[in-house]
Design a protein around this ligand. Structure first.
Ligand code: AN0
Ligand code: CP
Length: 318
């Protein structure tokens, strides 16, 4: 594997989940695989889970890790070609990425969308140029439109915890927020769950207010409803996440009704496990009583980020 940027980079998701669970059972079974290899993690945006879980995953494989907080400590990067660089940008991504590739065997990159220009964000220009110019294998640590390590983790967590017969009903439920957030997490979750549905592993529904439709390329095969209560009925997993509008790009639109999952709403489910990628705003996006209650899977889910990252790095090193 030379690139991990979406579900399309994985040939067998069921087997990949099993690989991650095998690593969870024996974290140090491949402690020599990454000896004398260096992982570089490049952050254009903040992170807690992605940074620490990917570092730990690399350490478990015997790798050395170096981290660059490019947004705070790096030079301002230019991405456009053919520019006379007489403005605020100091170096071009052509040189910066190529140089980082000189020091690392594998690179990870976090590059959020700016949420100003849909075409620019959805072209994944920054991420793709980084991949092109660095010259080494790249792991997405969340790009403008996807967060594959998170979605892989989410599938691992569902497969690990599902004890019922048949397929679980999985609901992606939009939650309220005061800030405009990327569509990357829901896009990616939808893409992985649609694939899992194709393979008979889950039934997948998306619930969001009108105006919050995601780009159709990610939601193919999903049932999409605008009534949260109807979606929650019989749900085995509820995956809560806010996102800003894709159509009215990057906007926070007014919504009617209550879209925050609380214990009252949770009663309509099949005693569902509640998931969220974190960070979460309590009592805004998701009720504190749910986060603190017995149905919350969020800490186990965050813990599983380690095994997702380790499975990806192991595949790249092998
Ligand atoms: C980011 C997002 O929604 O994409 C990162 C989530 C992992 N969240 C925030 O900016 C709060
Ligand atoms: N879920 C997730 O990616 O968290 P961080 O933004 O803290 O890395």
């Amino acid at each position: 594997m030379k690139l991990f940027s979406s579900v399309h980079d994985v040939t067998d998701i069921k087997q990949f989940v099993q690989d991650a669970l095998d690593l969870k059972a024996a974290p140090h079974a491949h402690a020599e695989l990454g000896r004398n290899k260096t992982l570089g993690l490049v952050f254009m945006n903040p992170s807690l889970r992605t940074r620490l879980s990917t570092q730990k995953a690399a350490l478990n494989l015997g790798m050395t890790v170096i981290v660059m907080n490019m947004d705070k400590e790096g030079w301002a990067l230019e991405t456009q070609d053919g520019m006379i660089m007489n403005g605020t940008t100091v170096e071009h991504i052509r040189e910066a990425a190529a140089v980082m590739g000189q020091y690392c065997d594998i690179l990870g990159l976090r590059s959020f969308p700016k949420l100003q220009n849909k075409e620019e964000d959805y072209s994944e220009d920054f991420f793709n140029k980084f991949v092109k110019y660095c010259g080494v294998p790249v792991v997405s640590l969340e790009s403008a439109t996807r967060h594959p390590l998170q979605s892989f983790t989410d599938l691992i967590t569902i497969r690990e915890t599902w004890k019922g017969n048949g397929k679980p009903k999985v609901v992606l439920a939009w939650g309220p927020h005061v800030k405009a957030l990327p569509q990357a997490v829901p896009n990616s979750f939808a893409e992985w769950m649609s694939k899992a549905q194709e393979e008979g592993l889950v039934d997948f529904t998306i619930a969001h207010p009108e105006g919050y439709e995601l780009d159709g390329q990610f939601t193919q095969g999903a049932e999409i409803v605008h009534d949260l209560d109807a979606a929650l009925h019989g749900a085995d997993y509820v995956y809560v996440k806010n996102w800003s509008s894709y159509q009215d790009y990057g906007k926070v639109l007014p919504v009617s009704g209550n879209w925050m999952l609380d214990n009252q709403k949770l009663k309509q489910t099949n005693n569902a496990g509640v998931m969220h990628c974190l960070p979460v705003r309590r009592d805004l996006e998701l009720a504190a009583e749910v986060l603190d209650g017995p149905n919350s899977l969020v800490i186990q889910e965050a813990g599983n980020r380690l095994w997702a990252a380790q499975a990806v790095l192991k595949k790249m090193l092998s």
